[in-house]
Ligand binder design. Sequence first.
Ligand code: GDP
Length: 192
Amino acid sequence: MPPLRLEFVQSATDLAQLPTSQSEVTVVGRSNVGKSSLLNALGARKRLAHVSNTPGRTRLLNLFEIQGHGTFVDLPGYGFANAPAAMRAGWQAMIEGYLLERENLKMVMVLVDGAVGPTKLDIQMLEWLRAMGLPHSVIATKLDKVKPSKRNIRKKDLATKCQLEEADVIWTSAEKGTGIDRLRGLVVRWLS
Ligand code: GDP
């Protein structure tokens, strides 16, 4: 599977500003989970997602086109520990509004740090997505940071905490390229 051809289209402060899409996937996760690195790996271009890491853009919805397949929206990372409550509430409203009302949203990729396991916020996000009946998949990041001798137990543990079967979790390493090809294939399938 060749790298996805991702091109940044625009940022938006809320759903109303986004152009319509025929088919879309999105990604959520706490800040530092490895979202930009994964996005760069899927596109196999260095610093492709740097745009979503520039100050001011980290709190926006960032829309990319996946040429030939559909669109991809990078949602702001959750769990900014230092953010004031009012700001956090604002982001939450923006993210929930997008997730609940976006037409043609085919898949919500929930990134979980494979080296540390699911956080409370990750579990809350999964429970909310289940309650809302939204299609979602758990992608575990940073597999290379888990010692080979601990991988089996870690995979089992992460799946259990997410209330999933082991085979339902997609393990990746942006650093080593593990699982990237498979994830590209899944993204294309979700969009089709
Ligand atoms: P974001 O805040 O979710 O966009 O996360 P970043 O992609 O910026 O990554 C956060 C930190 O984790 C950075 O220091 C990355 O170098 C590191 N990181 C991301 N993915 C991997 C990975 O697959 N393996 C390792 N070892 N580190 C990673």
